[in-house]
Write a protein that binds this ligand. Structure first.
Ligand SMILES: NC(=O)c1ccc[n+]([C@@H]2O[C@H](COP(=O)([O-])OP(=O)(O)OC[C@H]3O[C@@H](n4cnc5c(N)ncnc54)[C@H](O)[C@@H]3O)[C@@H](O)[C@H]2O)c1
Length: 358
């Protein structure tokens, strides 16, 4: 296990994408667990999905008073980012702001270049200049990458040792670029950075563009859901609390600054997978989701699921099984996501029921 070398209590932490699913849950957890920390959240509240969910998450964070500062702006604006770093001097930065989603990148490529490339570059530049004039600066930059960097990698489980040079979507290409940019900046400016490849994150107040949420919306409206490869797909579904636990642990250990044999700094750079590492069959996933939706009263007991399910062949480019090798995360941080699918989907179904009754 790695020793902690970053103190979160008493620190200023910048979370980008703070109104997003993972960002809001992370901010809440930091504010709860580290009573003397301050969280600065920035989010441009994009309308990629229903913004009322982002406001719902932010409303909860407002309850922390002055310990949570929210800035409604974009990381794609260099001046804004520079100003935030100058004013708040964050000790730790967690970059979660991004245009997410694979399919949307076909019709809206600009959003990916703006947020994921220019936005991330602005964050890196601000980290670099945080050390100007002998200032302590950013002690650790943690940023979201994605399992999509594995593209159509055939080897299972996906390991951070695998070559990932063949992205099959613009989204994946931007996430892989983030890892490359971070590596160069870590090497050139000695910025300790850790990239996290998240595997399908789900949970209450999650993202409506993701399958479990979309399936629920469709079933509620009486529409049919389409299950690819006749349900014979296996995926790693990772519960939000497990992701947040992983991020909080990772935040507290920055890769060490060391010099190589040539006397020059080695890049203080790491990348980890965070996933469940126990893939679930899509059909089992849907069955548990249905049961939990009935249990939470979202759907009636006598709902006719069979007539709302369409089993269809595989989509081109889809892979039948994807899951993460999380051995390095376990070895370095003594942690492995463990929330059972039923528990996670139960929490989602209960939240969905409450949310829709509001
Ligand atoms: N949820 C998952 O399953 C998953 C899987 C792999 C990777 N990721 C990555 O994790 C991160 C968080 O994902 P999420 O699920 O919380 O998504 P999300 O869409 O809920 O959150 C991202 C937030 O970033 C904001 N944002 C977008 N562009 C911005 C900009 N230029 N400036 C400021 N804010 C901006 C959005 O408004 C949104 O609130 C993203 O980088 C995403 O690519 C998520």
């Amino acid at each position: 296990m790695l020793e902690r070398n970053i103190k979160l209590d008493g620190s200023v932490i910048l979370v980008t994408g703070a109104a997003g699913f993972i960002g809001a849950n992370l901010s809440k957890r930091l504010l709860n667990d580290f009573p003397d920390c301050k969280v600065i959240g920035i989010d441009s509240i994009t309308d990629y999905y229903d913004i009322s969910l982002k406001h719902e998450r932010l409303n909860e964070l407002k309850g922390y008073g002055e310990r949570f500062t929210f800035i409604h702006d974009t990381i794609a604006d260099r001046e804004t980012v520079t100003h935030i770093f100058d004013e708040y001097k964050p000790a730790v930065v967690v970059n979660l702001a991004a245009q997410a989603g694979v399919r949307y990148s076909i019709t809206n490529p600009d959003a990916y270049i703006e947020s994921n490339i220019i936005g991330f570059y602005n964050i890196l530049e601000a980290c670099r200049h945080s050390y100007d004039n002998g200032q302590k600066g950013v002690g650790h930059l943690v940023y979201a990458s994605s399992s999509s960097v594995y593209g159509s990698n055939k080897k299972m489980p996906y390991s951070t040792d695998d070559r990932v040079d063949n992205p099959i979507s613009l989204y994946a290409a931007t996430k892989k670029s983030n890892e490359l940019l971070a590596h160069a900046y870590s090497k050139l400016y000695n910025i300790p950075s850790t990239g996290l490849r998240f595997f399908t994150v789900y949970g209450p107040c999650g993202r409506p563009d993701m399958a479990y949420f979309g399936f629920t919306d469709k079933l509620v409206k009486g529409e049919k859901i389409r299950i690819f490869n006749y349900g014979n797909c296996k995926r790693d579904f990772t519960y939000i609390d497990d992701i947040v636990e992983g991020v909080v642990r990772v935040m507290q250990h920055a890769p060490e600054r060391r010099n190589g044999e040539d006397g020059l700094p080695l890049p203080p750079y790491k990348v980890y997978n965070i996933g469940n590492s126990s893939p679930e069959n899509l059909l089992d996933f849907v069955t548990i989701l249905q049961e939990e939706l009935v249990r939470a009263g979202v759907l009636p007991e006598d709902y006719d699921f069979e007539s709302h399910k369409e089993l269809v062949p595989m989509q081109p480019g889809d892979v039948p099984i994807t899951y993460a090798d999380t051995t390095p995360l376990e070895q370095d941080f003594g942690f492995k996501p463990s929330t059972p699918l039923r528990t996670g989907l139960r929490n989602f179904a209960e939240w969905y029921s409450e949310h829709n009754n509001k």
